[in-house]
Design a protein around this ligand. Structure first.
Ligand code: FES
Length: 470
């Protein structure tokens, strides 16, 4: 992300902290860990007391602005996960956004989190994020679908109220666009999502005409556009990701979550996708020491007292990315055998002060990683698709995942990986900026062939194999 600095009263790392950029400063600014690396794009700077002219790469903790203003590029890799909303988002390194002299806002309606970004003159000028207040109706898509049978109006209203509250804190937009999974999109429009939860899993509606902004507290003249849906399991969030990343042959776009959505570009440019039900383990649910990415969550784990956490509170638990690390660390050290059993035998193991992982927890994690790896392998054998050559990893979870550890436990194949962040939000912003793209999006959605994993040969077998550690 690109940031302008105008204040030279304190060092660059402190300036970035004040602007909400969660730099990874694991040596506490001693200049030894090399994690807070940023690119100076303009301005004059001092690093370790020596003047540096832009462009240059420096350690933010050792650098201070000399001129009146300067611009820095903060790579996503130099940031920690942040609880308050994905300020550091890899999608900002994708294709540049259109340059318009008016403000447009894109909104990603996630099952857990709502995120909005305002674009003006090709730059993101404001961002807001909050938890989806529908959580009180259930913490996953299936529970929301069943709650909507009787509470659709109420669920829609709490969502609209939360979005309106976010928009009140942002600049007034000329246009808005939303993207979300199929359930969230249907609820936004007041469409009953019941049939998304039962066979044959048909979409009640796949395309939505623009609606006036009044439902979000905006003037009626502000249109709200909606990202089309591909299928019950592949929603507008995934379509947006495909639009943003423009997969090449052999690319596998994967959004890891309770449902892991996977879309691959195969031979002849065909697109095929499926959703693997991984369950909520990687979101911290159902795991005794699990937590979401909130203050106090351990987000990167290397050993008993060797971990990074989201600042703000003492350790409260491990979030999904750290659980992948724990499995890899325990397996490498021989404390976990390939069947997920602790060595020497024990029902649980303390992995950090006061935080223990039981064999039952480990089993849940292995099921989650087994579903994802089986989904990828099954799609590799599907009609017109081809072996995975590159991973394109979207979503909040992947942003903080140690890919080597994910490969080490067999969750992902050992391929080059590109982390692309919240591409659903990026695509919503782009749709708000270029509403004429709607036709292109409908065509793209129709080009994706959906597979049901349970119908693919050997999926069950691959799932059982996927639960094993390599
Ligand atoms: S914080 Fe470690 S080098 Fe800057």
């Amino acid at each position: 992300m690109r940031i302008e600095i105008h204040d030279s009263s304190t060092g660059l790392a402190e300036q970035l902290r004040r602007l909400g950029v969660p730099l990874d400063m694991r040596c506490d600014g001693c200049g030894t860990c090399g994690r807070c690396r940023v690119h100076l794009l303009s301005g004059r700077w001092l690093e370790n007391g020596v003047e540096v002219a832009s462009p240059a790469e420096v350690l933010a903790c050792r650098t201070r602005l000399l001129s009146d203003a300067g611009t820095v590029e903060v790579p996503f890799a130099s940031c920690l996960p942040c609880a308050d909303g994905q300020f550091a988002d890899a999608w900002q390194d994708l294709d540049p956004m259109p340059v318009l002299d008016k403000v447009v806002i894109g909104i990603d309606i996630g099952t857990t989190t709502l995120a909005a970004a305002a674009l003006c003159n090709g730059r993101i000028i404001a961002r807001e994020v909050c938890f989806n207040p529908q959580a009180r109706f259930g913490d996953n898509v299936m529970s929301r679908i069943s709650a909507a049978e009787t509470h659709l109006v109420e669920m829609r209203q709490v969502l609209l109220d939360a979005l309106a509250e976010m928009l009140r804190k942002m600049p007034s937009p000329a246009r808005v666009a939303i993207a979300g999974n199929s359930t969230m999109t249907c609820i936004f429009h007041g469409v009953n999502p019941a049939q998304l939860g039962r066979a044959p899993f048909d979409l009640p509606q796949s395309n939505f005409a623009p609606v006036p902004g009044t439902c979000l507290g905006l003037p009626a003249s502000v249109p709200i556009h909606t990202m089309p849906l591909i299928s019950a399991f592949l929603g507008g969030d995934i379509l947006g990701g495909l639009w943003e990343t423009r997969l090449e042959k052999g690319d596998y776009f994967i959004d890891i979550g309770t449902n892991c959505e996977i879309v691959a570009r195969g031979m002849h440019g065909s697109l095929g996708g499926a959703a693997a039900a991984a369950g909520p383990a990687f979101e911290g649910a159902g795991i005794a020491c699990g937590t979401r990415a909130v203050p106090g969550a351990i987000c990167r784990y290397r050993g008993f007292r060797d971990y990074d956490m989201i600042p703000g509170k003492p350790p409260v638990g491990l979030c999904g990315s750290a659980m992948v690390d724990v499995l890899a660390v325990l397996h490498r050290s021989g404390r976990l055998n390939r069947f997920g059993r602790l060595v020497p035998p024990s029902s649980s193991l303390e992995v950090a002060d006061g935080l223990s992982l039981s064999e039952r927890d480990i089993e849940q994690l292995l099921k989650a990683k087994g579903a994802l790896s089986a989904g990828i392998r099954s799609l590799e054998g599907a009609f017109y698709l081809m072996d995975c050559k590159r991973l394109v990893l979207a979503g909040g979870f992947a942003q903080y995942l140690d890919i080597q550890n994910a490969v080490a436990i067999g969750m992902l194949p050992d391929r080059p990986a590109r982390i692309v962040g919240n591409t659903s939000l990026a695509a919503a912003v782009r749709l708000a900026a270029t509403p004429r793209s709607a036709k292109e999006l409908v065509t793209l959605a129709q080009s994706v062939m959906e597979f049901h994993l349970n119908d693919l040969p050997d999926f069950e077998l691959r799932f059982m194999e996927g639960m094993l550690l390599p």
